[in-house]
Design a protein around this ligand. Structure first.
Ligand code: NAD
Ligand code: TYD
Length: 354
């Protein structure tokens, strides 16, 4: 088959990446989409088994920290674009094991930048794009009523956000130094189907269902700005196709919740879904020692992407949260395969005989 573009999406077996891969494979059947993923604990090919086998989809199991493997990949395919999501993404893990975050988030990103720079030096940069997906956590922690703008100074506070900030700086440096056609987005907290159950919302849905304690860090007063993952994927599509080279766009839901208010809402929705008496799930709330260096508030000002690219979220938080809960309750197998470790065998079962 001949395709109009070949695009690498890194981290496509993860939470957000799987939604981006699905959107691009289904919407742009004239693009060849190559999902590049190492399949760490967070990589789950079951997230995208519905598009496995699509004629415009290829999976490559590669560690982006392996520079030789990344260079070989860019020689194997004639790449027009990179949408880079692969990362170590959990703040708590970055506190116990920061070096993993340096290796994947910093070195992995620089390996991709180098490979793109080398490949596109000979073909020319025209029509090429390196899109780096980042987080609002690079801006640090808010303590007043202000919002993160694209011009807000970086002030990362956790090993995770420091590693993402570092990768953002390298991406911009390659744009400036080598004229690499780069674009970046910094997005707020995502929620939705397929999120690994170590993050707040899927973990708490799982625990409520199983009558397990809900470990609320500190007093539960920290604030996050929540966005439905499908809306993030839509924004990535807009920025990839219409964003300007060298620009950064903030993406957010204008949807701030203290953790405890969000957890109470989740508990009441779960009581209803599980036909439990009102107040049953709230009894599972357990206050535990706060996360070290816990950022107080994140809040995105998403005016630029709205004004320049016309993107706004398509679902309300109530709609998104309810459909998320439904998804986790209806997809018990997905969760069960994670708990049993079965999801880690998908690659060997599906790919080793191809
Ligand atoms: P995730 O942890 O669910 O998935 C990460 C994916 O990257 C996994 O499939 C994993 O196997 C893969 N990966 C990890 N290390 C790799 C390596 N060395 N080589 C190749 N693949 C590797 O993460 P997510 O929540 O989907 O986040 C995706 C991206 O979006 C990250 O860059 C993250 O910083 C950013 N982001 C996430 C959020 C959020 O709320 N989850 C918000 C804003 C930005
Ligand atoms: P998380 O989903 O880990 O995302 P992030 O740290 O990137 O914002 O956590 C969201 C918020 O919920 C954060 O303030 C930490 C808090 N939290 C808990 O209170 N208990 C938990 O068990 C987890 C995982 C998070």
């Amino acid at each position: 088959m001949s395709f109009s573009k070949t695009i690498i999406i890194t981290g496509g077996a993860g939470f957000i990446g799987s939604h981006v891969v699905r959107l691009f494979v289904q919407k742009y059947t004239h693009y060849h989409i190559i999902n590049v993923d190492k399949l760490t604990y967070a990589g789950n090919l079951e997230n995208i088994q519905d598009i496995d086998g699509a004629p415009n989809y290829t999976f490559e199991r590669i560690d982006i920290a392996d520079s030789t493997a990344v260079q070989t990949l860019f020689k194997k395919y004639s790449i027009d674009g990179v949408i880079h999501l692969a990362a170590e993404s959990h703040v708590d893990r970055s506190i116990t094991n920061p070096m993993d975050f340096v290796v994947t988030n910093v070195i992995g990103t620089v390996n991709l930048l180098n490979a793109a720079k080398e490949a596109w030096k000979s073909t020319g940069m025209e029509g090429k794009r390196f899109y780096h997906v980042s987080t609002d956590e690079v801006y640090g922690s808010l303590h007043d009523g202000s919002f993160f703008l694209e011009t807000t100074s970086y002030d990362p506070q956790s090993p995770y956000s420091a590693s993402k900030a570092s990768s953002d700086h390298f991406v911009r440096a390659y744009g400036n130094t080598y004229a690499l056609p780069i674009v970046l987005t910094n997005c707020s907290n995502n929620y939705g189907p397929n999120q690994f159950p170590e993050k707040l919302i899927p973990l708490f849905i799982h625990n409520i269902k199983n009558n397990r304690p809900l470990p609320v860090y500190g007093k539960g007063e920290n604030i996050r700005d929540w966005l439905f993952v499908v809306d993030h994927a839509r924004a990535i599509d807009e920025v990839f196709h219409k964003g300007k080279n060298g620009e950064t766009y903030n993406i957010g839901g204008h949807n701030e919740w203290t953790n405890i208010d969000l957890i109470r809402l989740l508990c009441s929705l779960m009581d209803r879904k599980l036909n439990r008496a009102t107040g049953t799930s709230e009894k599972l709330i357990t206050y535990v020692t706060d996360r070290a260096g816990h950022d107080f508030r994140y809040a995105i000002d998403a005016t630029k992407i709205k004004n320049e690219l016309g993107w706004i979220p398509s679902v309300t938080f109530e709609q998104g949260l309810e459909s998320t809960i439904d998804w986790y309750l209806e997809n018990e197998n997905w969760l069960q395969h994670i708990t049993s470790g079965d999801y880690l065998t998908y690659y060997d079962k599906q790919y080793n005989n191809r």
